[in-house]
Each structure stands twice: as C-alpha cells, then as structure tokens.
Design a protein around this ligand. Sequence first.
Ligand SMILES: *[C@@H]1O[C@H](CO)[C@@H](O)[C@H](O)[C@H]1NC(C)=O
Ligand SMILES: *[C@@H]1O[C@H](CO)[C@@H](O)[C@H](O)[C@H]1NC(C)=O
Ligand SMILES: *[C@@H]1O[C@H](CO)[C@@H](O)[C@H](O)[C@H]1NC(C)=O
Length: 226
Amino acid sequence: MEKFRIYSYLSLVFIWRGYVYAANRTDAAALKTILLTGYDTSIRPYYDKRLNISVGFFVFSIQDLDEKSGTLTCVGGPYFNWDDPRLTWNPTDYGDLTSITFSTSQIWYPELYLLNPASKMEPIGDSSFFLRSNANGTVWRYLSSIIKTSCDVDMTYFPFDTQICRIKLTAWGYNDDELYLTPAQSSIDMTYYGENAQWRVVGSTIEKFSVKGYDGMVSAVLSLKR
Ligand SMILES: *[C@@H]1O[C@H](CO)[C@@H](O)[C@H](O)[C@H]1NC(C)=O
Ligand SMILES: *[C@@H]1O[C@H](CO)[C@@H](O)[C@H](O)[C@H]1NC(C)=O
Ligand SMILES: *[C@@H]1O[C@H](CO)[C@@H](O)[C@H](O)[C@H]1NC(C)=O
C-alpha cells in the first residue's frame, strides 16, 4: 500500500513535469545535432566584429591577505556571457526547450586570465566547467578557482587598516577589436560568501580598466577591513 502511494505520487509528479516541461531527451539530442553540425569551435562568434563579453564576479571566501608578499588569496571566479548567433533556435520546435548545456569541447568560448597573478599566468578555472546557451544565442560560463593576485598592502593605519585589492581580468592574447570585456554588475556577487576571521569585506565594485591603450578589461575590487 505504502509503495503504491509513493509510485502514484511519483507518476503524478512526472505527468505534471511532463506537462510543464514538454522537452525530452529526443528534442535535446536533435537540437544539439543541428546546432553543432558544421560548427567550428576555433572560430569566435561575429568574426568581423568585436565580441562583447559581459563579466561578473563571485567571491566565496577570503583565504588570506599576506602583507609581506602582498598576495590576496580568495576562492571565487568570474561568470560571463556573450552572444553566439550560431546557437539560436526556436523553442517551440524543440518542446519549449529554452536553454541547453555544452561541454567545453563542443563550442567556442573565451578563457579569462588574471592580469596581476601572484604566481604563473593561466586560465581561470578548467574545462570541467560546462557552458549554457539560451535559445537567443546568449552563452554563459561560470568559473571558480583559488584566485591568487598581487595586492599592495599599506600598513600606515595598522591595525585599523582597510586594504583595497584588485582582481584584474583579461582575455589574454586577444586585442580590443576581437574581444572586449565590460562589467555585468556594479559590485561583486557575495551571495555565497562565508566570513573570514581577520578580514571583513566592507565594499566591492566591478569596473573597467585599461593599460597602455588596451581598455577591454575588467577588475573586481574588494575593500577589506581588518
Ligand atoms: C560590441 O559593442 C560595440 C560598442 O557598443 C558595438 O559597436 C559592437 O557592434 C558590439 N559587438 C557585437 C557583436 O554586438
Ligand atoms: C519527445 O517529444 C516530441 C515532441 O516534442 C515527441 O514527438 C517525441 O515522441 C517525444 N519522444 C519521446 C521519446 O518521448
Ligand atoms: C537572451 O536571454 C537572456 C535570458 O533571458 C538575456 O539575459 C539576454 O540578454 C538575451 N540576449 C539577447 C541577445 O537578447
């Protein structure tokens, strides 16, 4: 009797979900086949125009701010989106499917690098972070990593000091005519933040910055109070 009730409850849920989300595996597979046929992962979208990438940033935790080496270590990462017109479809043709995920081997995507890394320069995150495309061609990437950046610490007001640390992001290797980063938000997303015993985040911004005429870059700025 108990089992029967559970089964009938489950089938109700499935019927209801099936009704609301009509898309099934067959729809998803057909859509992917169509989108990826002839898709060249080495060609960026809008090859003849600059591609704008809208960048936000999450911080999950501050691990350490080392005064001596001037190094900030935090856990977090950028989330960003761009448009790829090759990845658009009409949801009603695919059971109302409005978004689909891809692995990094399937579609083009940009890598972001730290411009002020505290150790070797390498792409943030790795290929295990998948991609998501909306039916209108907007593609999303969410990354997370241990981020180590250089941050000059000013000890003048120790121990009542507030330090400003910048996490500078760049699509290294591309010029402004190819890829251009812009802030997606005015501040860092702290939704999942866990407090640090020594440092309190008292403010943050996400802003544009430029170096020697290259200005398609974005930095996530943290104000940390001891
Ligand atoms: C990116 O932004 C610039 C300036 O707003 C614009 O001229 C360009 O067309 C945009 N690129 C695309 C692919 O929309
Ligand atoms: C999936 O949905 C389509 C309609 O969107 C339908 O034609 C097809 O039979 C369904 N396939 C399965 C395996 O349920
Ligand atoms: C596509 O849809 C998403 C989600 O609704 C939206 O954030 C994005 O701005 C849209 N992109 C375009 C090019 O309209």
